[in-house]
Design a protein around this ligand. Structure first.
Ligand code: KG4
Ligand code: ZN
Length: 341
């Protein structure tokens, strides 16, 4: 068998993910989430996440090996998210990857979480035509990336100036009394709402903004606008139309994300757009991106929702690309880097 067998470990936030790929074929994607432990706090608590990773790490690795029907000794390389993410959470994955790498004598590849969110798409849609544009939207990031080479040349064209898109979803959900993480709940409630019921602001889309910040995002003003609107309703003693607020808010976010992503492709003459990260699971984002990409003659690639949120398969996918490209492994002394660019 010529294609490398790669095990990938992801612990940058609240999911303990272990994926196994052969080349770009997915064999296993085991996940243990501590999301329920964070729900009552309304956000991910770093200490709780680290402890949960510690407990879940070894069982999740075994579960992935069992599912893939392989042994650790069969694995050709171990990849791990080295950053960016929560420092204490990353440390657990990096320490585990080093231990397995050393014990089994397998090369170790520290990878970038954001690049992995892009790389996971090749498991589903095959080789990525480069250059490509990538819109990465998650609980911690909202960035437009230019991908000239997935294994080394990925540049940030723009990112959020304040809240990440997923963070905005989570905060607005909380405001509406929906559980954490709020993105999927807003998505669901919005299906019964009118996206044009309320006109919420589109951050950084004014004429001056489009010159100074063509590919940057801002969602905190939108979040505040939703809060004010809901407060006004409550003060007037009127019921809050949750479905309409959810749909109108979701429309504002997805309108700006897709508009800027398509504009970036058109300006650079790039014909492929990949969307990744947890918010890429959003049904309206997928629909609007599809419509606008088709109109602009751009090929859109969005992995299935289960691969958009954090997982180990994405890390294994990127690791496999690095091995295939013949890149040297990382040093065993590699450190987790919570603010990796
Ligand atoms: O990529 P991810 O799993 O973790 C991070 O790296 O942050 O993304 C999690 C984020 C959360 O903010 C969650 O609310 C959001 O993705 N999300 C969604 C949907 N599914 C997950 N946001 C909007 N619509 C969805 N269907
Ligand atoms: Zn992520």
């Amino acid at each position: 068998q010529s294609e490398p067998l790669v095990l990938g470990i992801e612990t940058s936030c609240d999911e303990t993910g272990v994926g196994i790929v052969r080349g770009q074929t997915l064999l296993a994607d085991a996940i243990a989430s501590s999301v329920d432990s964070h729900a009552r706090f309304g956000g991910v608590v770093p200490e709780v996440a680290s402890r949960a990773h510690l407990e879940a790490m070894v069982p999740t690795i075994h579960r992935a090996l069992d599912t893939a029907g392989v042994r650790l000794s069969d694995v050709d390389a171990i990849a791990v998210t080295a950053g960016p993410g929560l420092a204490g959470a990353l440390l657990v994955g990096v320490a585990a990857a080093k231990a397995y790498s050393l014990a089994a004598g397998k090369p170790l590849y520290g990878v970038n979480h954001l690049a992995a969110h892009v790389a996971v798409d090749t498991l589903e849609h095959g080789p990525l035509p480069e250059p490509a544009m990538a819109l990465l939207v998650s609980g911690g990031h909202s960035s437009l990336l230019r991908v000239d080479d997935l294994t080394g040349d990925v540049r940030t064209l723009g990112s959020t100036m304040d809240d990440a898109a997923g963070e905005a979803f989570d905060k607005v959900a909380r405001l509406l009394g929906l559980p954490f993480p709020g993105g999927p709940h807003i998505d669901r409630r919005a299906r019964d709402g009118n996206p044009e019921a309320i006109t919420f602001p589109r951050g950084l889309t004014g004429p001056r903004d489009l010159i100074d910040h063509p590919y940057d995002f801002s969602f905190s003003g939108l979040k505040t606008a939703v809060a004010r609107w809901v407060e006004a309703k409550e003060r007037a003693g009127e019921p809050v139309p949750i479905a309409d607020v959810a749909a109108s808010f979701q429309e504002a976010v997805t309108d700006v994300l897709t508009r800027k992503a398509i504009a970036a492709c058109t300006a650079a003459g790039i014909e492929t757009l990949v969307i990744g990260g947890g918010v890429a699971a959003n049904s309206r984002l997928r629909q609007l991106a599809e419509q606008r990409a088709t109109k602009a003659g751009i090929r859109l690639r969005v992995p299935r929702p289960g691969l958009c949120t954090d997982n180990g398969a994405m890390v294994a996918a990127l690791g496999s690309h690095l091995v295939a490209a013949g890149l040297p492994p990382s040093d065993l002394a590699i450190a987790a880097n919570s603010s990796m660019p």
